[in-house]
Design a protein around this ligand. Structure first.
Ligand code: SF4
Length: 429
Protein backbone atom coordinates (compact mmCIF):
# COMPACT_ATOMS: atom_id res chain seq x y z
CA UNK A 1 0.00 0.00 0.00
CA UNK A 2 1.28 3.49 -0.89
CA UNK A 3 2.71 5.55 1.96
CA UNK A 4 0.61 8.67 2.60
CA UNK A 5 2.26 12.06 2.08
CA UNK A 6 0.11 13.75 4.75
CA UNK A 7 -0.90 12.44 8.16
CA UNK A 8 -3.89 14.73 8.72
CA UNK A 9 -5.83 16.47 5.96
CA UNK A 10 -8.69 18.91 5.91
CA UNK A 11 -10.83 18.38 2.86
CA UNK A 12 -13.25 21.09 1.72
CA UNK A 13 -16.11 19.92 -0.49
CA UNK A 14 -18.51 22.45 -1.92
CA UNK A 15 -22.26 21.84 -1.85
CA UNK A 16 -22.29 22.08 -5.65
CA UNK A 17 -19.85 19.15 -5.85
CA UNK A 18 -22.25 17.02 -3.80
CA UNK A 19 -25.07 17.81 -6.26
CA UNK A 20 -23.06 16.44 -9.21
CA UNK A 21 -24.61 17.16 -12.60
CA UNK A 22 -28.00 17.86 -11.01
CA UNK A 23 -26.55 21.16 -9.70
CA UNK A 24 -28.99 21.09 -6.79
CA UNK A 25 -29.89 18.62 -4.02
CA UNK A 26 -27.77 15.52 -3.46
CA UNK A 27 -26.29 13.13 -6.01
CA UNK A 28 -25.57 9.97 -4.03
CA UNK A 29 -23.44 8.49 -6.80
CA UNK A 30 -21.19 11.51 -6.61
CA UNK A 31 -21.16 11.44 -2.79
CA UNK A 32 -20.41 7.72 -2.93
CA UNK A 33 -17.37 8.24 -5.12
CA UNK A 34 -16.07 11.04 -2.86
CA UNK A 35 -16.58 8.76 0.15
CA UNK A 36 -14.77 5.88 -1.58
CA UNK A 37 -11.72 8.12 -1.90
CA UNK A 38 -11.97 9.23 1.72
CA UNK A 39 -12.25 5.58 2.83
CA UNK A 40 -9.11 4.74 0.83
CA UNK A 41 -7.28 7.54 2.63
CA UNK A 42 -8.52 6.27 6.01
CA UNK A 43 -7.35 2.76 5.17
CA UNK A 44 -3.89 4.21 4.48
CA UNK A 45 -3.90 5.72 7.99
CA UNK A 46 -4.64 9.32 6.97
CA UNK A 47 -6.75 11.32 9.40
CA UNK A 48 -9.52 13.17 7.56
CA UNK A 49 -11.50 16.25 8.58
CA UNK A 50 -14.14 17.51 6.22
CA UNK A 51 -15.75 20.92 5.79
CA UNK A 52 -18.82 20.87 3.59
CA UNK A 53 -20.47 23.76 1.82
CA UNK A 54 -24.21 24.14 1.37
CA UNK A 55 -24.61 25.80 -2.04
CA UNK A 56 -26.56 22.84 -3.47
CA UNK A 57 -29.46 23.85 -1.21
CA UNK A 58 -29.03 27.51 -0.38
CA UNK A 59 -26.34 30.06 -1.15
CA UNK A 60 -27.02 32.49 1.65
CA UNK A 61 -27.57 36.09 0.63
CA UNK A 62 -27.14 35.22 -3.07
CA UNK A 63 -30.29 33.08 -3.12
CA UNK A 64 -32.31 35.56 -1.13
CA UNK A 65 -32.05 38.08 -3.95
CA UNK A 66 -31.74 40.92 -1.45
CA UNK A 67 -35.19 40.15 -0.03
CA UNK A 68 -33.89 38.75 3.25
CA UNK A 69 -31.80 40.15 6.03
CA UNK A 70 -28.20 38.97 5.36
CA UNK A 71 -27.62 37.31 8.73
CA UNK A 72 -30.77 35.21 8.49
CA UNK A 73 -30.01 34.23 4.90
CA UNK A 74 -26.54 33.11 6.00
CA UNK A 75 -28.05 31.14 8.89
CA UNK A 76 -30.09 29.22 6.30
CA UNK A 77 -26.87 28.53 4.43
CA UNK A 78 -25.35 27.09 7.62
CA UNK A 79 -28.34 24.76 7.99
CA UNK A 80 -27.77 23.64 4.38
CA UNK A 81 -24.20 22.64 5.30
CA UNK A 82 -25.57 20.61 8.23
CA UNK A 83 -27.85 18.67 5.85
CA UNK A 84 -24.87 17.90 3.61
CA UNK A 85 -22.75 16.89 6.60
CA UNK A 86 -25.38 14.34 7.65
CA UNK A 87 -25.69 12.97 4.10
CA UNK A 88 -21.92 12.51 3.73
CA UNK A 89 -21.73 10.98 7.23
CA UNK A 90 -24.38 8.46 6.32
CA UNK A 91 -22.66 7.36 3.11
CA UNK A 92 -19.27 7.15 4.84
CA UNK A 93 -20.76 4.97 7.59
CA UNK A 94 -22.28 2.66 4.96
CA UNK A 95 -18.75 2.22 3.63
CA UNK A 96 -17.50 1.19 7.07
CA UNK A 97 -15.94 4.47 8.23
CA UNK A 98 -16.44 5.81 11.73
CA UNK A 99 -17.77 9.36 11.53
CA UNK A 100 -18.63 12.24 13.84
CA UNK A 101 -20.48 15.36 12.72
CA UNK A 102 -19.63 18.50 14.67
CA UNK A 103 -21.52 21.73 14.06
CA UNK A 104 -20.49 25.29 14.84
CA UNK A 105 -24.11 26.00 15.83
CA UNK A 106 -25.38 23.66 18.49
CA UNK A 107 -27.94 21.08 17.37
CA UNK A 108 -27.13 18.39 19.91
CA UNK A 109 -29.93 16.02 18.96
CA UNK A 110 -28.34 15.42 15.56
CA UNK A 111 -24.66 16.35 15.91
CA UNK A 112 -21.96 17.11 18.44
CA UNK A 113 -21.17 20.78 19.04
CA UNK A 114 -17.79 21.80 17.63
CA UNK A 115 -15.15 21.32 20.35
CA UNK A 116 -11.59 21.45 19.10
CA UNK A 117 -10.08 18.99 21.57
CA UNK A 118 -12.83 16.47 20.89
CA UNK A 119 -12.43 16.85 17.13
CA UNK A 120 -8.71 16.14 17.45
CA UNK A 121 -9.42 13.10 19.64
CA UNK A 122 -11.83 11.72 17.02
CA UNK A 123 -9.26 12.27 14.27
CA UNK A 124 -6.58 10.51 16.31
CA UNK A 125 -8.94 7.55 16.69
CA UNK A 126 -9.30 7.33 12.91
CA UNK A 127 -12.80 8.84 12.78
CA UNK A 128 -13.74 11.23 10.01
CA UNK A 129 -14.89 14.51 11.52
CA UNK A 130 -17.35 16.46 9.37
CA UNK A 131 -17.59 20.11 10.33
CA UNK A 132 -21.00 21.63 9.60
CA UNK A 133 -22.42 25.17 9.84
CA UNK A 134 -19.25 26.88 8.60
CA UNK A 135 -17.64 29.06 11.23
CA UNK A 136 -21.03 29.57 12.90
CA UNK A 137 -20.97 33.23 11.85
CA UNK A 138 -22.77 35.05 9.07
CA UNK A 139 -20.67 36.88 6.46
CA UNK A 140 -18.02 34.11 6.43
CA UNK A 141 -17.76 31.49 3.71
CA UNK A 142 -17.21 27.80 4.25
CA UNK A 143 -13.77 28.30 2.65
CA UNK A 144 -12.90 30.47 5.65
CA UNK A 145 -14.27 27.71 7.89
CA UNK A 146 -11.97 25.23 6.11
CA UNK A 147 -8.92 27.38 6.82
CA UNK A 148 -9.89 27.86 10.46
CA UNK A 149 -10.72 24.22 11.13
CA UNK A 150 -7.49 23.15 9.40
CA UNK A 151 -5.54 25.53 11.62
CA UNK A 152 -7.37 24.52 14.78
CA UNK A 153 -6.98 20.79 14.20
CA UNK A 154 -3.35 21.17 13.07
CA UNK A 155 -4.02 19.63 9.64
CA UNK A 156 -0.94 19.20 7.44
CA UNK A 157 -2.76 20.41 4.36
CA UNK A 158 -6.07 21.85 3.17
CA UNK A 159 -7.40 20.13 0.07
CA UNK A 160 -9.87 22.44 -1.54
CA UNK A 161 -11.84 21.13 -4.50
CA UNK A 162 -12.83 24.25 -6.43
CA UNK A 163 -13.52 25.08 -10.02
CA UNK A 164 -11.04 27.98 -9.92
CA UNK A 165 -7.25 27.79 -9.99
CA UNK A 166 -6.21 30.29 -7.31
CA UNK A 167 -7.24 33.30 -5.26
CA UNK A 168 -9.27 35.90 -7.19
CA UNK A 169 -10.74 39.27 -6.31
CA UNK A 170 -14.20 37.82 -7.15
CA UNK A 171 -15.69 34.60 -8.51
CA UNK A 172 -14.04 34.30 -11.97
CA UNK A 173 -16.91 32.09 -13.20
CA UNK A 174 -19.30 34.95 -12.72
CA UNK A 175 -17.24 38.09 -12.91
CA UNK A 176 -15.09 38.40 -16.04
CA UNK A 177 -13.22 41.32 -14.47
CA UNK A 178 -12.03 39.15 -11.53
CA UNK A 179 -8.27 39.45 -11.00
CA UNK A 180 -6.11 36.48 -9.96
CA UNK A 181 -3.64 37.13 -7.15
CA UNK A 182 -0.26 35.45 -7.55
CA UNK A 183 0.60 37.08 -4.24
CA UNK A 184 -1.82 38.76 -1.94
CA UNK A 185 -1.34 41.58 0.55
CA UNK A 186 -3.05 42.33 3.82
CA UNK A 187 -4.90 45.32 2.31
CA UNK A 188 -6.10 43.24 -0.64
CA UNK A 189 -7.50 40.52 1.64
CA UNK A 190 -9.06 43.14 3.90
CA UNK A 191 -10.76 44.73 0.89
CA UNK A 192 -12.57 41.46 0.07
CA UNK A 193 -16.23 41.40 1.16
CA UNK A 194 -16.89 40.04 4.66
CA UNK A 195 -13.23 39.95 5.75
CA UNK A 196 -12.16 41.75 8.93
CA UNK A 197 -8.63 42.24 10.26
CA UNK A 198 -8.68 39.05 12.37
CA UNK A 199 -9.74 36.84 9.45
CA UNK A 200 -7.29 38.59 7.11
CA UNK A 201 -4.47 37.93 9.59
CA UNK A 202 -5.51 34.29 10.07
CA UNK A 203 -5.75 33.63 6.31
CA UNK A 204 -2.49 35.37 5.41
CA UNK A 205 -0.44 33.84 8.21
CA UNK A 206 -1.90 30.33 8.25
CA UNK A 207 -2.65 29.81 4.57
CA UNK A 208 0.01 32.04 2.93
CA UNK A 209 2.76 32.02 5.57
CA UNK A 210 2.85 35.82 5.78
CA UNK A 211 3.94 37.62 8.95
CA UNK A 212 0.58 39.19 9.82
CA UNK A 213 -0.93 39.17 13.34
CA UNK A 214 -4.42 37.74 13.87
CA UNK A 215 -5.98 39.44 16.89
CA UNK A 216 -9.22 37.94 18.17
CA UNK A 217 -10.64 38.24 21.70
CA UNK A 218 -8.51 35.37 22.99
CA UNK A 219 -5.29 36.84 21.64
CA UNK A 220 -6.17 40.29 22.96
CA UNK A 221 -6.60 38.86 26.46
CA UNK A 222 -3.37 36.85 26.35
CA UNK A 223 -1.30 39.77 25.07
CA UNK A 224 -2.86 42.22 27.56
CA UNK A 225 -1.88 39.90 30.41
CA UNK A 226 1.60 39.13 29.10
CA UNK A 227 2.54 42.79 28.67
CA UNK A 228 0.52 43.87 31.74
CA UNK A 229 -1.50 46.40 29.72
CA UNK A 230 -4.06 48.45 31.61
CA UNK A 231 -5.67 49.77 28.43
CA UNK A 232 -9.35 49.04 27.87
CA UNK A 233 -9.57 46.08 25.46
CA UNK A 234 -12.95 47.27 24.26
CA UNK A 235 -11.31 50.26 22.59
CA UNK A 236 -10.04 50.09 19.00
CA UNK A 237 -6.75 51.71 19.90
CA UNK A 238 -5.95 48.85 22.31
CA UNK A 239 -6.54 46.28 19.57
CA UNK A 240 -4.26 48.34 17.32
CA UNK A 241 -1.54 48.40 20.01
CA UNK A 242 -1.91 44.63 20.38
CA UNK A 243 -1.37 44.18 16.63
CA UNK A 244 1.72 46.41 16.79
CA UNK A 245 3.11 44.41 19.70
CA UNK A 246 2.52 41.12 17.91
CA UNK A 247 4.01 42.50 14.73
CA UNK A 248 7.19 43.32 16.66
CA UNK A 249 7.56 39.93 18.35
CA UNK A 250 6.16 37.41 15.86
CA UNK A 251 8.74 35.37 13.96
CA UNK A 252 9.09 35.51 10.18
CA UNK A 253 9.29 31.70 10.22
CA UNK A 254 5.94 29.95 10.73
CA UNK A 255 3.88 33.05 11.59
CA UNK A 256 0.70 30.98 11.23
CA UNK A 257 1.86 28.65 14.02
CA UNK A 258 2.60 31.69 16.20
CA UNK A 259 -0.92 33.11 15.72
CA UNK A 260 -2.42 29.71 16.24
CA UNK A 261 -0.44 29.15 19.44
CA UNK A 262 -1.70 32.43 20.92
CA UNK A 263 -5.30 31.63 19.96
CA UNK A 264 -4.97 28.18 21.54
CA UNK A 265 -3.38 29.64 24.67
CA UNK A 266 -6.33 32.00 25.07
CA UNK A 267 -8.91 29.29 24.37
CA UNK A 268 -7.43 26.58 26.61
CA UNK A 269 -5.18 28.13 29.29
CA UNK A 270 -5.41 31.90 29.62
CA UNK A 271 -9.13 31.75 30.22
CA UNK A 272 -11.30 34.82 30.78
CA UNK A 273 -12.49 36.07 34.17
CA UNK A 274 -10.82 34.63 37.23
CA UNK A 275 -10.00 31.35 35.53
CA UNK A 276 -6.53 31.48 33.88
CA UNK A 277 -4.63 28.21 34.40
CA UNK A 278 -1.30 29.95 34.98
CA UNK A 279 0.47 26.96 36.52
CA UNK A 280 0.07 25.09 33.22
CA UNK A 281 0.98 28.09 31.08
CA UNK A 282 4.17 28.06 28.99
CA UNK A 283 4.22 31.88 29.13
CA UNK A 284 4.23 32.20 32.90
CA UNK A 285 7.96 32.96 33.16
CA UNK A 286 7.58 36.14 31.14
CA UNK A 287 3.93 37.02 31.77
CA UNK A 288 3.75 40.39 33.55
CA UNK A 289 0.27 39.77 34.97
CA UNK A 290 1.35 36.44 36.47
CA UNK A 291 4.63 37.80 37.85
CA UNK A 292 2.72 40.65 39.52
CA UNK A 293 -0.20 38.45 40.66
CA UNK A 294 -2.62 40.56 38.59
CA UNK A 295 -3.89 37.92 36.20
CA UNK A 296 -7.42 38.22 37.61
CA UNK A 297 -7.44 42.02 37.19
CA UNK A 298 -6.39 41.99 33.56
CA UNK A 299 -7.38 42.64 30.89
CA UNK A 300 -9.20 45.87 31.67
CA UNK A 301 -12.63 45.85 30.10
CA UNK A 302 -14.76 48.94 30.58
CA UNK A 303 -18.02 48.84 28.72
CA UNK A 304 -19.71 52.09 27.81
CA UNK A 305 -23.07 50.50 28.56
CA UNK A 306 -23.33 49.50 32.19
CA UNK A 307 -24.64 45.99 32.74
CA UNK A 308 -27.56 45.33 35.08
CA UNK A 309 -26.48 42.99 37.90
CA UNK A 310 -28.77 40.06 38.73
CA UNK A 311 -28.02 37.90 41.76
CA UNK A 312 -28.95 34.23 41.70
CA UNK A 313 -28.62 31.09 43.76
CA UNK A 314 -28.18 28.05 41.51
CA UNK A 315 -28.46 24.43 42.65
CA UNK A 316 -26.75 21.41 41.12
CA UNK A 317 -29.01 18.75 42.67
CA UNK A 318 -27.73 15.20 42.33
CA UNK A 319 -29.64 11.98 42.82
CA UNK A 320 -28.66 8.45 41.73
CA UNK A 321 -26.21 9.73 39.09
CA UNK A 322 -28.81 12.16 37.72
CA UNK A 323 -28.91 15.96 37.92
CA UNK A 324 -32.06 18.09 38.03
CA UNK A 325 -32.61 20.22 34.92
CA UNK A 326 -35.51 22.38 33.88
CA UNK A 327 -36.26 24.09 30.59
CA UNK A 328 -36.24 27.86 30.27
CA UNK A 329 -39.26 29.65 28.74
CA UNK A 330 -39.53 29.70 24.96
CA UNK A 331 -38.85 33.43 24.76
CA UNK A 332 -36.34 35.91 26.16
CA UNK A 333 -32.79 35.31 27.37
CA UNK A 334 -31.47 31.76 26.68
CA UNK A 335 -34.92 30.75 25.42
CA UNK A 336 -35.69 27.01 25.49
CA UNK A 337 -32.27 26.02 26.83
CA UNK A 338 -31.91 23.80 29.90
CA UNK A 339 -30.73 25.06 33.25
CA UNK A 340 -30.11 23.98 36.80
CA UNK A 341 -32.91 25.09 39.17
CA UNK A 342 -32.22 28.51 40.62
CA UNK A 343 -33.87 31.39 42.43
CA UNK A 344 -33.26 35.12 42.50
CA UNK A 345 -30.96 36.50 45.21
CA UNK A 346 -27.96 35.00 46.95
CA UNK A 347 -29.04 32.58 49.67
CA UNK A 348 -27.01 31.46 52.66
CA UNK A 349 -27.07 27.74 53.45
CA UNK A 350 -30.03 27.92 55.83
CA UNK A 351 -32.20 29.80 53.32
CA UNK A 352 -30.97 27.48 50.56
CA UNK A 353 -32.11 24.47 52.62
CA UNK A 354 -35.53 26.08 53.07
CA UNK A 355 -35.73 26.57 49.30
CA UNK A 356 -34.95 22.88 48.73
CA UNK A 357 -37.71 21.93 51.18
CA UNK A 358 -40.14 24.20 49.30
CA UNK A 359 -39.20 22.38 46.09
CA UNK A 360 -39.84 19.00 47.72
CA UNK A 361 -36.30 17.67 47.99
CA UNK A 362 -34.27 16.84 51.09
CA UNK A 363 -30.52 17.44 51.16
CA UNK A 364 -28.42 14.63 52.59
CA UNK A 365 -24.97 15.82 51.52
CA UNK A 366 -23.94 19.43 50.84
CA UNK A 367 -20.93 18.81 48.61
CA UNK A 368 -19.75 22.27 47.67
CA UNK A 369 -20.51 25.96 47.56
CA UNK A 370 -19.12 27.96 44.62
CA UNK A 371 -19.27 31.50 43.32
CA UNK A 372 -19.53 32.29 39.64
CA UNK A 373 -20.45 35.12 37.37
CA UNK A 374 -21.50 35.35 33.77
CA UNK A 375 -21.59 38.33 31.43
CA UNK A 376 -24.29 38.83 28.86
CA UNK A 377 -24.26 41.91 26.63
CA UNK A 378 -26.49 43.87 29.03
CA UNK A 379 -26.68 41.76 32.21
CA UNK A 380 -24.19 40.37 34.67
CA UNK A 381 -25.24 37.31 36.66
CA UNK A 382 -23.63 37.01 40.08
CA UNK A 383 -24.23 33.45 41.22
CA UNK A 384 -23.93 31.52 44.44
CA UNK A 385 -23.98 27.85 43.52
CA UNK A 386 -24.61 24.81 45.70
CA UNK A 387 -23.76 21.23 44.74
CA UNK A 388 -26.07 19.04 46.83
CA UNK A 389 -27.00 15.38 46.94
CA UNK A 390 -30.73 15.11 47.60
CA UNK A 391 -33.66 12.76 48.02
CA UNK A 392 -37.16 13.36 46.65
CA UNK A 393 -38.54 14.15 43.20
CA UNK A 394 -38.70 17.93 43.36
CA UNK A 395 -40.84 19.95 40.98
CA UNK A 396 -43.06 18.49 38.23
CA UNK A 397 -41.22 20.39 35.47
CA UNK A 398 -37.80 19.03 36.50
CA UNK A 399 -36.01 16.41 34.47
CA UNK A 400 -33.64 14.10 36.38
CA UNK A 401 -31.09 13.68 33.62
CA UNK A 402 -28.46 10.94 33.57
CA UNK A 403 -25.24 11.30 31.59
CA UNK A 404 -26.81 10.26 28.25
CA UNK A 405 -29.77 12.56 28.75
CA UNK A 406 -27.50 15.46 29.73
CA UNK A 407 -25.61 15.12 26.44
CA UNK A 408 -28.89 15.70 24.64
CA UNK A 409 -29.82 18.87 26.56
CA UNK A 410 -28.23 22.22 25.79
CA UNK A 411 -27.16 23.86 29.06
CA UNK A 412 -25.85 27.43 28.56
CA UNK A 413 -22.22 28.24 29.33
CA UNK A 414 -23.44 30.59 32.09
CA UNK A 415 -23.62 27.43 34.24
CA UNK A 416 -20.23 26.07 33.18
CA UNK A 417 -18.82 25.99 36.71
CA UNK A 418 -21.60 23.69 37.84
CA UNK A 419 -21.48 21.58 34.70
CA UNK A 420 -17.80 20.91 35.48
CA UNK A 421 -18.88 19.44 38.83
CA UNK A 422 -20.71 16.63 37.04
CA UNK A 423 -18.82 13.34 36.68
CA UNK A 424 -19.03 13.68 32.87
CA UNK A 425 -18.32 17.40 32.90
CA UNK A 426 -14.52 17.36 33.11
CA UNK A 427 -13.82 18.64 29.60
CA UNK A 428 -16.82 20.90 29.25
CA UNK A 429 -15.95 24.42 28.12
S1 SF4 B 1 0.66 33.09 32.91
FE1 SF4 B 1 -1.53 33.13 33.33
S2 SF4 B 1 -2.18 35.20 32.83
FE2 SF4 B 1 -0.16 34.92 31.91
S3 SF4 B 1 -0.56 34.29 29.81
FE3 SF4 B 1 -0.34 32.44 31.05
S4 SF4 B 1 -2.42 31.87 31.71
FE4 SF4 B 1 -2.47 34.02 30.98
Amino acid sequence: MAKPVYKRVLLKISGEALAGDKHTGLDFEMIGSVCDTIKECLDMGVQVGLVVGGGNFWRGAKNSGGKMERTRADHMGMLATAINALAVADVLEQKGAEVRVQTAIEMRQIAEPYIRSRAIRHLEKGRVVIFGCGTGNPYFSTDTAAVLRAAETCADVILLAKNVDGVYSADPNKDPTAVKFDEITYDEVLALPGIGDYTAGAILSIAFGQKVPAVDGNVLRVVSRIIGSEDNILEDKTRKQCRQYMDAVMPAQRPGAFNQALMDLGAAICLPGGEPLCEQCPAKDFCTAYQQGRQRELPVRISKTKRRVEEKTVFLLLKDGCAALRQRPDHGLLANLWEYPHVEGQLEEEAAAAQLAAWGVTPHHWRKRLSAHHLFSHIRWEMTCYVVEVRGDGQPDWLWADEEERKRRAVPSAFIKLTRELPDGKDKG
